[in-house]
Design a protein around this ligand. Structure first.
Ligand SMILES: Cc1cc2nc3c(=O)[nH]c(=O)nc-3n(C[C@H](O)[C@H](O)[C@H](O)COP(=O)(O)OP(=O)(O)OC[C@H]3O[C@@H](n4cnc5c(N)ncnc54)[C@H](O)[C@@H]3O)c2cc1C
Length: 388
């Protein structure tokens, strides 16, 4: 933890950022035998990753990404077997419908996921209560995806870093990479206030700060920061067993986004963002306040579903900046000078995808084919669309 860059610090690869994506990339490269330095400007997991609800699932996510998402869920389960505890719990996920008009979308998603070998089902309110007894609000129905899991986000990042360090990766904390080094058109490492770290490969996994660092080598990336907010109640006895969300439907459940779950500490963690899930952009260096409308809508949804919590006390709220691209998919792959890669732009669901992004980077560095569609994440995809 206490390593400092300085004269002569050399590696095969520098990974910038110790959020869940950088930690996963560092682990994948180190396990593949590369000498890795991972550099973090703050504390590992201290940006959006540690503030995540960290649901690991495939349900109603992205049809094109389903194979990768399935692979990621299996990898998380395998990592939970191998690594010391990070509170991995395969609790399943419910997505509620308020009215019959949302049914078509629910049926479509169930069809897509069933064809992909998953087993979601549609439940009536009585069946929902057999799974989630306290969900007594007046819902119309809910989809049920039994394979979704949750993890403790801080512990998960820590375990990934420990696995990277066990494979001889070096972690440098509280030390920003201030610029990329480019020599003769090739990447040559990063600059820090304490001196350079030399490496022929640099992977920027800097979340919403990624575009700023890439720009130091003249690389423009379409990543913008977006506010992500959450609320937590005081601890209460185990009441919510699953991850509860709104059905993903055009105009459905007020066209919003909801996630409610109970942490192992007993705190209920919840957020509802209406109007299509879009919150304000800003600078990732701001310390913004939680929006009042967000608090109101989040409480209203919690109480609509779980009226028994009408008297529960709120404990805390937080805001982080997640990295967003124009199509809400990661930019993962080569960018700009030879040796430079990025893995950022999570669109708000990067925890589950992090292991897949790490696999893509490790395959690219090793010159191997990936089992996934790399074109979905190619950082150059927007340039090509603009040129067409
Ligand atoms: C409330 C909430 C709920 C969420 N729920 C889910 C969920 O259920 N499932 C899911 O999959 N995802 C979820 N997410 C999203 C998920 O947490 C993020 O997609 C994921 O954590 C992004 O990880 P990251 O490593 O890309 O980013 P970050 O965690 O932001 O990591 C980037 C790191 O890079 C460092 N860095 C940047 N620039 C530099 C530099 N120049 N030098 C050194 N270090 C640098 C930063 O300090 C930071 O630590 C949620 C997010 C929030 C806020």
């Amino acid at each position: 933890m206490g390593m400092k860059p300085g004269a002569g610090m050399k590696a095969d690869a520098v990974v910038v950022g110790a959020g869940v994506v950088g930690a996963a990339v560092a682990r994948a490269l180190a396990v593949a035998g590369r000498r890795v330095v991972i550099i973090e400007q703050g504390v590992p997991g201290g940006a959006v990753s540690g503030a995540s609800l960290a649901c690991i699932g495939t349900h109603m996510m992205d049809e094109d990404e389903l194979p990768l998402l399935k692979w990621c869920c299996d990898e998380w389960a395998a990592f939970a077997e191998a690594a010391p505890d990070f509170e991995y719990s395969r609790c399943g996920q419910l997505r509620f419908l308020k009215q019959e008009s949302e049914r078509r979308s629910a049926d479509e998603w169930i069809g897509i996921e069933t064809a992909a070998g998953l087993s979601p089902t549609l439940l009536d309110p009585e069946a929902v209560r057999r799974i989630e007894p306290e969900l007594t609000g007046p819902i119309h129905a809910a989809t049920w995806s039994p394979n979704s899991a949750v993890v403790n986000p801080f512990l998960a990042v820590r375990r990934l870093l420990e696995a990277a360090q066990a494979a001889r990766a070096t972690l440098v904390s509280r030390n920003p990479a201030t610029a990329l080094r480019v020599v003769g058109g090739r990447i040559a490492g990063v600059e820090t206030a304490d001196g350079p770290i030399e490496a022929g490969i640099v992977v920027i996994a800097g979340g919403p700060w990624t575009a700023k660092l890439a720009a130091t080598a003249g690389v423009q990336l379409p990543i913008v920061p977006r506010k992500a907010q959450c609320l937590a109640t005081v601890s209460v006895p185990r009441s919510i067993r699953t991850v509860v969300g709104a059905c993903k439907a055009e105009g459905g459940v007020d066209a919003g986004y909801t996630q409610i779950q109970q942490a192992m500490s007993g705190q209920i963690l919840f957020n509802t963002v209406l109007e299509g899930g879009v919150t304000a952009a800003g600078s990732p260096d701001d310390i913004p306040e939680v929006d009042r409308a967000f608090i109101r809508d989040s409480i209203a949804t919690l109480l609509f579903l779980f009226p028994k919590f009408a008297e529960i006390d709120l404990l805390r709220s937080w805001v982080r900046y997640e990295a967003v691209t124009p199509d809400d998919r990661f930019l993962t792959g080569p960018a700009g000078p030879d040796g430079l890669f990025v893995a950022a732009g999570d669109g708000g669901t990067g925890f589950v995808r992090s292991l897949g992004m790490a696999r893509i980077i490790a395959d690219l560095v090793a010159g191997r084919e990936s089992p996934f569609r790399r074109d979905l994440y190619d950082p150059a995809r927007f340039d090509r669309r603009a040129a067409a």
